[in-house]
Design a protein. Structure first.
Lengths: 139, 78
């Protein structure tokens, strides 16, 4: 497995941690009386944890294969990145339109912000998921 | 997924060049080992530049390394 494929796996798995945040938001939306977490605190905590884990895991895989880590991105990897951006863009586009749509059903700015945030998260997961699919397929 | 119309003799050429490893070839043409593997298996068609670099490593003309076979469409086959 190449360094960049490992990196894509790390990014994909660590991004999944945001499911904790969106799970909390979804539970609060379903039952507004339910006591909820401090969203800002949880969000900042997750971002910091993900950044720290990204640095540690990438340092570990770079140390395990330093030559590969130093190799600049090649044409196949660049193609994989480009191909993966396309489906992610569509996910973001649909998510953005649906988020705007929530205004018309009287949703609060809090919900709108979370819909946009969810669309960004889903688009990033799609991007890394698509990269993994192409890496597994070979190109 | 349809099979690539481009085939190659990289594996044989590597073997004939003192069993050159995929890693060694990859370093000489400036790509990753996984990309060389994908090219060898026909999963990825390289750019013209990389194709020429591979041919240059083996001191062969391009057509001795890569072959193009026109895919037969189902209508033509019938």
């Amino acid at each position: 497995m190449s360094f960049r494929e490992k990196s894509a796996w790390i990014n994909f798995v660590l991004l999944l941690a945001f499911a904790i945040y969106f799970g909390n938001v979804a539970l609060h939306m379903l039952d507004p009386t339910r006591p909820h977490a401090n969203y800002l605190q949880l969000f900042v905590l997750l971002v910091v944890a993900i950044v720290v884990l990204e640095i540690i895991t990438h340092a570990v895989i770079a140390l395990r294969s330093p030559r590969e880590a130093r190799t600049p991105i090649d044409e196949r990897e660049r193609l994989i990145e480009l191909r993966s951006t396309r489906p992610a863009f569509y996910v973001l586009l649909v998510g953005a339109f649906l988020s705007v749509g929530t205004i018309h059903i009287g949703a609060s700015t809090w919900l709108l912000a979370h819909c946009v945030l969810f669309a960004i998260w889903a688009a990033e997961l799609t991007r890394y998921g698509s990269q993994l699919y192409h890496y597994r397929r070979g190109a | 997924m349809s099979a690539s119309p481009i085939s190659n003799h990289i594996r044989r050429l590597r073997f004939e060049h003192r069993e050159m490893t995929q890693q060694a070839l990859a370093e000489r043409i400036g790509v990753t080992r996984q990309t060389v593997n994908a090219i060898e298996l026909g999963k990825y068609s390289p750019s013209l530049e990389v194709a020429f670099r591979i041919a240059a490593v083996f001191a062969q003309p391009l057509e001795a390394v890569f072959q193009f076979r026109e895919p037969v469409s189902p209508r033509r086959r019938a």
